[in-house]
Design a binder for this molecule. Structure first.
Ligand SMILES: Nc1ncnc2c1ncn2[C@@H]1O[C@H](COP(=O)(O)OP(=O)(O)OP(=O)(O)O)[C@@H](O)[C@H]1O
Ligand SMILES: [Zn+2]
Length: 570
C-alpha cells in the first residue's frame, strides 16, 4: 500500500465553474483518487476555493455583498456542486482560512530570512473616486494602436497589443468609470525568483517522466528571453492575507495584502491542516513534511495548462526558498483546453455549460463519462451536443446499460432473481477471461499513468467484451437445449456486472453504486485474479433488476439543450 497526496487546481471563487474547469482539474484528479483508493492505497485528496484578489472584490460589489460574505456563499455553492459531481475530496477548503493566512505569513517570513524578498518602489494608478489602487486590467481607455475605446490597461482585446495603463488615451476606472486617476508611488515586496533559477532548473531537469506539456511550459518561462523574473507578492488591496513577516509586523507594508498568486498554492498545504481541524483526520504534517513522515508520499497535482507556470516555478520557488522540508510535487498532470461548440468556454461571458445547469438536465455520470473519455490531453478538445449524445447513447446506454438490463431481466424470467447454479465453463468462457485479464491489466497501467482517454477506451472495450460474449454465447438459445449451460453463462454475466461496477467506479460512481445494489453486494474488491472475481456471487445469491441505468438522449432533448445553452448565461 502506497501513500498518495492529490490536489486539484483550486477554482477561483467568482462564479460557478464550467465544464472546461471541471475536466481541466477537479474531475481527472477525482478519477485518479478514486482509482488509487480502489486499489487499496492511502489517499489524501484536497481541493479548495481560491478566494482573494480584485475579481472577488468586484464580484461581491456587483452582488451588493461584503466580500467575505460573498466568498462564504460561493464556497457553499461550489462545495455543493462538487458533491453533485461526486468529487471525492477528503476536504474542500478555502484559501481565506485562518490556517492559510498563518502559513502564508510564515512562508513570507522564511523567504525574507533567506534573502529572497526585496522591496520595490512602483508607480501604480490610483483612483480617487474608488479610493483604491487599480490593477492594470481594471483601467480602461482608448487603444493608442487601433482606437478601440474599451482597451484594458494590460492589453487591447481588439488588436491584441500589450499595453501599459499609461499608454491608454483618456484612461478611466473600470470599476466606477471615473477619470479622476493619478499615478502614485507605492512599495511592494518581490520574490526573487531569478535567484532560484538554477535550483528550479535542476529540479525540473530531474523530472524525466513529466508530460511534455508540463515541462515545455516550465522551461519556456525559465529560459526564454531574460529568464525567470522576480515577481511582486503584495498588493494594495483590502481583501487578502495581511502582509506580515511570520507573526511579526512588517514595517512599510501596512494596509497591504499578499498577492493572490502567492497565497493560493500555499492553500494546498493549509488545506491539510483544515482537514485535520475539521476532525476528518490527524497528523496532517505526515502528508506534507518530509521530516515528519511525508518521505514516502507521492504527490500529484492536476491543472489546466495556464496554471503550469505557477506550479512548476512559483510555488516550488516558495517551497525550496523556505529552506524547510516541505514536500515538493512529484508529478504534474496538465490539460489542454476543452472548447464549447465552436468557441471557448468563458466564465466572464457566461458562455458554455456550467456545473449547476449540467446537473439540472442530467445526472453527473453522463457528464463524467463524456468529459473524461474526451479529456483534452494531447490537444484541445471540443464539446458538441452531437458528440455528447452519440457517446452517451452508445457507450453508456447501448453497451453498459443494455448489458446489465438484458442479463438481469433474462435471469429473472428464466431462473428467478438469484444467481443460478449448474454448468461448467467451456472454451468461450476461458477466452473471455483471458481477454478480460489482458484488458484489465492494460486498464491498470493506463490509470496508473494517468492516461485518462486511454483508460476510458480500455474500460469501454471491457464493457464491449461482455456484450460480445453475451451475443455469441446466446443464453436465450442455450436455455432451450441445455439449461445448465445457460445457467453458467448467466452466472458469469451477473458476476461481470459486479466486476464492471468495480472497474467503472472511478468514472461513473453513481452507476457503480446502482450496480452493486442491484447485485446485493458491497464486495468492491479489485479483480487481481479475474477468474476468482467472476466467482464472487455464488449460486443462490439474490439480486434485483435495477432501474434503467442510463437513458438515451433523444434528438428532441439534444435540440432543446443546444438551443438553451447557445447564448450566454445571465
Ligand atoms: N476551457 C478549459 N478547459 C480545461 N481547463 C480549463 C479551461 N478553463 C480553465 N481551465 C482550468 O480550470 C481550472 C480552474 O480554473 P479557474 O477557476 O482559475 O478559472 P479560469 O482559469 O479563470 O477559467 P475561466 O476564465 O474560464 O473562468 C484551472 O486549472 C484552469 O487551468
Ligand atoms: Zn487596439
Amino acid at each position: 500500500m502506497a501513500r498518495h497526496l492529490i490536489t486539484s487546481a483550486i477554482p477561483y471563487i467568482n462564479g460557478i465553474k464550467h465544464l472546461g474547469n471541471l475536466i481541466g482539474s477537479q474531475l481527472p484528479a477525482d478519477l485518479y483518487a478514486r482509482y488509487l483508493r480502489g486499489r487499496g492505497h492511502e489517499v489524501l485528496f484536497l481541493c479548495a476555493t481560491d478566494e482573494h484578489g480584485t475579481p472577488a472584490e468586484l464580484a461581491a460589489a456587483k452582488a451588493g455583498k461584503p466580500v467575505a460574505d460573498y466568498c462564504a456563499e460561493m464556497w457553499d455553492v461550489q462545495n455543493r456542486l462538487g458533491q453533485g459531481f461526486c468529487l471525492s475530496f477528503d476536504h474542500f477548503g478555502r484559501s481565506s482560512s485562518a490556517q492559510n493566512q498563518k502559513l502564508t505569513q510564515h512562508f513570507a517570513g522564511r523567504l525574507d530570512d533567506a534573502g529572497l524578498i526585496r522591496e520595490v518602489s512602483e508607480k501604480q494608478v490610483y483612483s480617487n473616486a474608488d479610493g483604491r489602487f487599480l490593477p492594470d486590467r481594471y483601467i480602461e481607455g482608448t487603444c493608442p494602436n487601433c482606437g478601440y475605446d474599451k482597451a484594458r490597461g494590460d492589453q487591447c482585446e481588439n488588436c491584441t497589443k500589450q499595453l501599459d495603463p499609461t499608454d491608454l488615451i483618456e484612461p478611466r476606472s473600470a470599476v466606477s468609470g471615473s477619470t479622476d486617476l493619478e499615478v502614485r508611488e507605492t512599495k511592494h515586496l518581490y520574490l526573487c525568483q531569478s535567484k532560484m533559477r538554477d535550483d528550479l532548473n535542476k529540479w525540473i531537469n530531474g523530472k524525466k517522466d513529466w508530460p511534455i506539456l508540463t515541462t515545455s511550459i516550465a522551461k519556456k518561462w525559465l529560459n526564454d528571453g531574460d529568464g525567470l523574473q522576480d515577481r511582486g507578492i503584495t498588493r494594495d488591496l483590502d481583501w487578502g492575507v495581511p502582509v506580515r513577516r511570520g507573526d511579526q509586523y512588517w514595517p512599510g507594508m501596512e494596509g497591504k495584502v499578499f498577492y493572490v498568486w502567492f497565497d493560493a498554492p500555499i492553500e494546498y498545504i493549509a488545506c491539510a491542516q483544515e482537514w485535520q481541524d475539521a476532525g476528518k483526520g490527524s497528523d496532517w504534517e505526515r502528508w506534507w513534511r518530509t521530516d515528519k513522515g511525508a518521505d514516502d508520499v507521492t504527490y500529484t497535482q492536476f491543472m489546466g495548462k495556464d496554471n503550469v507556470p505557477f506550479h512548476t516555478l512559483s510555488f516550488p520557488a516558495t517551497i525550496l526558498g523556505s529552506g524547510e522540508p516541505w514536500k515538493l510535487v512529484d508529478y504534474i498532470k496538465s490539460f489542454n483546453y476543452l472548447n464549447y461548440d465552436g468557441g471557448q468556454f468563458s466564465t466572464s461571458q457566461g458562455r458554455g455549460i456550467f456545473m449547476d445547469h449540467a446537473l439540472e438536465i442530467l445526472p453527473s455520470d453522463y457528464w463524467r463519462w463524456w468529459l473524461l473519455s474526451h479529456a483534452p490531453e494531447s490537444s484541445d478538445s471540443e464539446f458538441t451536443w452531437e458528440n455528447f449524445q452519440a457517446s452517451v447513447n452508445k457507450d453508456l446506454a447501448d453497451v453498459l446499460g443494455n448489458f446489465v438490463s438484458r442479463v438481469t431481466k433474462f435471469c429473472r424470467s428464466k431462473f428467478s432473481e438469484v444467481v443460478p447454479s449448474g454448468g461448467a465453463y467451456g472454451p468461450q468462457e476461458e477466452a473471455l477471461i483471458a481477454e478480460l485479464t489482458t484488458r484489465i491489466r492494460a486498464y491498470e497501467d493506463y490509470m496508473e499513468a494517468m492516461e485518462v482517454r486511454k483508460s476510458a477506451s480500455e474500460l469501454r472495450a471491457i464493457w464491449v467484451a461482455g456484450n460480445e460474449y453475451l451475443q455469441s454465447a446466446a443464453p436465450w438459445a442455450a436455455f432451450k437445449e441445455d439449461p445448465d449451460k445457460a445457467a453458467m453463462q448467466i452466472r458469469l454475466a451477473l458476476n461481470l456486472i459486479r466486476l464492471y461496477a468495480v472497474l467503472s467506479a472511478p468514472f461513473i460512481p453513481e452507476a457503480q453504486a446502482a450496480m452493486l445494489a442491484a447485485m446485493k453486494t458491497d464486495d468492491d474488491s479489485w479483480p487481481d485474479d479475474v477468474s476468482a472475481a467472476l466467482a464472487t456471487l455464488a449460486p443462490g445469491h439474490g439480486f434485483t433488476v435495477p432501474d434503467v441505468l442510463f437513458a438515451k438522449i433523444t434528438d428532441e432533448q439534444r435540440e432543446e439543450w443546444q438551443a438553451r445553452f447557445s447564448g450566454t448565461r445571465t
